[in-house]
Every structure is written in C-alpha cells, then in structure tokens.
Design a binder for this molecule. Structure first.
Ligand code: P53
Length: 478
C-alpha cells in the first residue's frame, strides 16, 4: 500500500488575484482596469459594467481588502499556516496603467518586488498569473480588447517586462486566468474579464469569442516563448477552469452531448498544450467562419509556445442533456446544463462534487501528459463571527477535506503528477462573480461587509488551524 501522503516538495499554499484584494486602485500611478468598472452585484444579480468609473456607484474592487497596505501582515499569516507558495496576479494596470505605453511604471514594478521579497523571506514561492481579469480599461475603450490583434503586442510587452524584472524571484507563471471561461460567450462579465470584449445586442458573441480567443492564445504562446528566453528554468502554465462534463443519462444522445459540450468548452488547453487546434474545433470554426484572421505565422507561434504545466481551478462538475438541443446544434454548453441530483449545492448554487476533482485530475493527465497544479478550489460561504471573535467554519473544512481526500487518491493511487494545491481566496476577498465580500473563501477573515463597512481587521478562522495541520503533516492528517 502506498503511503497516503503528498510528495515532500508539494506546493501547499493559497490563491488570490490582485484586483480582488489589493485595493489602492489609484496608488502609485495605477490605471483603471476592467475590474475597476464593475459594480457590486449579489447572489444571482450580475455586476454592472459601467462606461468608465461613474461617481456614486459602488465598485468593491477599488478598495478590496487593502492588501496593498496590509501585505506584510497577511504574508506573515500565510507563513504561520505553513504556506510553501502563494498564488497571486500582477495587476496589469500597475505596470502599464493604460496598456499601450512603451515604458513601464516603476512604482508598480516596485510594489511586486516588495511583495515577492516578503514571500521569499518566509520561503514562500510566488506563483504568478499575468492576466487575471485585469486588462487596462483603456485597451477596451480604444482597441476593443482582444478583438484587436494589436492587443497581442501590449500583452507580450507586459509579460516580458514582468519576466525580466522578476526572473530571479518567480519561477512559476500562468498567462491568462481561466482562459476557457469565455466559452460561456453569452455571459457579459466573462467576456469582458477574459478578453475585454463589450457585448451588445447586435454582436455575434460566438464569432467574437473565437476570434478574440485566438489572439489571446497567440499572445499566450508568444509570452511563453519570450519567457523561456529570459529564464529557461521558468515553468509557464495555462490556467483553465476545468469543468468535467457528465451525461444526464446513459442515453447515447446524452453521452454524445457530453462529449460535444466538452469540445465546445475544454479546447483552449488543447491549443496551449498541443500547439494546435483540435480537429473538431477547426471543423466547427471553419463551417461557421468564426475566426477569419488566423495566419500561418500564428500557427507556428502556437506550436512553439506550448505550456509546461496545467494550472486549473476546480469548483464543480456539470451535467448536460440532449433533451432540448441536439448535439449537432450545440453552440453554448450553458444551454444544455441540467441539475445533478446526486450532489449538494453551495448557497450560491455551485454544485459540490469532490469525486469530480479526482476525475478531472485523471482526465487532464490522460489528455495532456503534463504536470498539473490545482490553483483554485474552495467554498464560498457566509461566515459568522462569534461574540468572542472566533469563527467556526466546519462547512469549509468539510469541503476542502473531501476534495483533498480525492486529490490524495489521484496522487497516491492513480499516479497523477501534481505540483501543488492553492485553495482559492485563502484570505477573504471580493468575489469575482458577484462583487460581494459576504461570499467568503478564506482561512483568514477580513472585517468588511458588502457595503464596504468594517475596519479590515484580520482574524483566524477554525479552518486556519485545520489547514496549518494539513500542511504540517504533508496531507497525511486531513
Ligand atoms: P467567485 C466563475 C465566475 C467568475 C469567476 O468565484 C470564476 C468562476 C469560476 O469558474 O473563476 C474563479 O468569486 C476566478 C476567481 C474567482 C473564483 O473563481 O465568483 O479565477 O477570480 O474569485 C471564485 O465566487
């Protein structure tokens, strides 16, 4: 029997994104990002994307949890939990406030030097996403985001600047966060956060998505190529929101639908790992003329800029049925989702399926033969602070424990090559999807509510001590 432990060099840690916690949205010359023009939504109420920053509206990312000024205290708490790594992103607008400048902004670069130094002081390895829903808003307004080929160069300049500056401090990189989320092309929020596309009633969202995604994939591949020249030890990964897709029944049409939905959704990493589009996607794009601009040179770049590992978020699985749409007519997988009667749901209706994580680890290993890194996983929940200041979150511990049990099986029984595990929102932060503070993921509580009230004080939840023990025992004691 294999020892039920994770490897010794396993990267235990936690994950965040700049725009969701840093705040200080104008400090040190920072520019306006797409996250800065998104108002607070609520459970099932989408965030509004405004035309620039409009006075009087509530933009929760402007202040975040003010990590910009609290990072020393926060990194110290991560170290206390025993973190081996910390995943964050570099806010593009701190480095290139408008996005199209030729010179980088020194104050922004310095902030990340200080942050990475602080991590390294505790032997915490920074794991860095370059673009995590943070495109400069100017690139959206002026250029149409990734609808425009020129934006490739702006991204590559940003990536190269970061690679050069932090080449001795950061080894693990990812290019675009959840690049595959835009497969949900009728979702305004995701199209804007992923690619800087602003949709209206006249746009052909699907065509716009395939073209923009192509430019983004080329930008990602170019960044990988440049990164390797700067430091050949870099590990540069994709980052996808992997969602395994199950058929509603064993009816052949449902099974075909599950495969088709997978082909519509999970192809981004095919391009990034293999260096070319899978045949089914080529055929689909071709037949619909969804990607008019792809050059031979692009195809070479895609081949040359493949990734070293697969970073992925795992929150839930998805069940589809062919009852309403025939597999051959499928364009948006969102249209064919049915609820899974065998799993529980979170308060935000996210399906909770720990076994799906083991399934995902195996599916990705079988498909790509590359190392994997779970860079997000977790439960968004409402926490209650007791009179004595303690926070009891057994639901979060149960969620993470159940997922880690499945991860451990994948590693010790199935031979999956897993680099690490960084649960999402290791410190409470602004929810990406809803803009709420009350949808909390953290081991560390932050005293701030949805209206922005609170003194931002940090405190340890019960899960803080649980995760500390998990790391200390290399995952033997879950
Ligand atoms: P929140 C869905 C919608 C928006 C972002 O999400 C998402 C997803 C998950 O597929 O992705 C990630 O905050 C994202 C993080 C985000 C986290 O999921 O809506 O990479 O930025 O905070 C959790 O609960």
């Amino acid at each position: 029997m294999t020892e039920a432990k994770f490897p010794k060099n396993f990267l235990w840690g936690g994950a965040v994104a700049a725009h969701q916690l840093e705040g200080a949205w104008q400090a040190g010359g920072k520019g306006v990002s797409v996250a800065d023009v998104m108002t607070a939504g609520a459970n099932k109420i989408p965030r509004e994307i405004t035309a620039g920053v409009i006075p009087g509206k509530n933009y929760p990312n402007h202040d975040g949890i003010d990590f910009y000024h609290h990072y020393k205290e926060d990194v110290k708490l991560f170290a206390e939990m025993g973190f081996k790594c910390f995943r964050t992103s570099i806010a593009w607008t701190r480095i290139f406030p408008q996005g199209d400048e030729s010179e980088a902004n020194e104050a922004g670069l310095q902030f990340y030097d200080d942050l990475f130094d602080e991590c390294l002081k505790y032997n915490i390895e920074p794991v860095v996403t370059l673009a995590h829903f943070e495109m400069p808003y100017h690139l959206v307004e002026e250029y149409g985001g990734f609808a425009n080929r020129k934006v490739i160069d702006f991204f590559v300049r940003f990536a190269t600047t970061c690679f050069k500056r932090y080449k001795n401090k950061v080894k693990y990189w990812m290019t675009f966060n959840e690049i595959d989320n835009q497969s949900r092309f009728n979702n305004d929020f995701l199209m804007c956060t992923n690619s800087g596309l602003l949709l209206n009633n006249d746009s052909n969202n699907e065509a716009a998505m395939y073209q923009a995604a192509h430019y983004e994939l080329v930008a990602s591949a170019l960044a990988v190529k440049e990164g390797k020249k700067i430091n050949s030890d870099f590990m540069i990964g994709t980052m996808i929101n992997f969602t395994p897709i199950y058929p509603a029944t064993s009816k052949p049409a449902d099974v075909l639908m599950a495969q088709r939905a997978d082909q519509r959704r999970n192809w981004f990493s095919d391009v990034q790992c293999w260096g070319y589009y899978p045949a089914n996607v080529e055929a689909y794009i071709e037949r619909n003329d969804f990607r008019p601009d792809i050059t031979e040179e692009d195809r070479i770049v895609l081949k040359e800029g493949t990734v070293d590992y697969i970073g992925f978020s795992y929150y839930q699985s998805m069940v589809v049925s062919a009852d309403k749409v025939a597999p051959d007519d499928l364009s948006d997988p969102e249209d064919v989702i049915v609820s899974n009667p065998y799993v529980e749901k979170s308060d935000w209706d996210w399906e909770i399926d720990p076994v799906g994580l083991r399934y995902s680890l195996n599916a990705l290993t079988d498909r790509y033969h590359l190392p994997l890194f779970i860079v997000e996983n977790g439960l968004g929940a409402v926490d209650k602070v007791e009179n004595d200041g303690s926070i009891h979150d057994p639901y979060r511990i149960a969620y993470l424990r159940a997922h880690l049990e499945e991860v451990r099986k994948a590693v010790t029984l199935d031979g999956v090559d897993l680099m690490g595990y960084t649960p999402w929102g290791c410190i409470d932060l602004v929810s990406a999807g809803t803009g709420q503070m009350s949808k909390r993921y953290g081991f560390i509580y932050v005293n701030k509510d949805d209206e922005g009230n609170g003194d931002l004080a940090r405190s340890r939840k019960d899960s803080f001590y649980w995760y500390q023990k998990v790391i200390k025992t290399d995952g033997a004691d879950l």
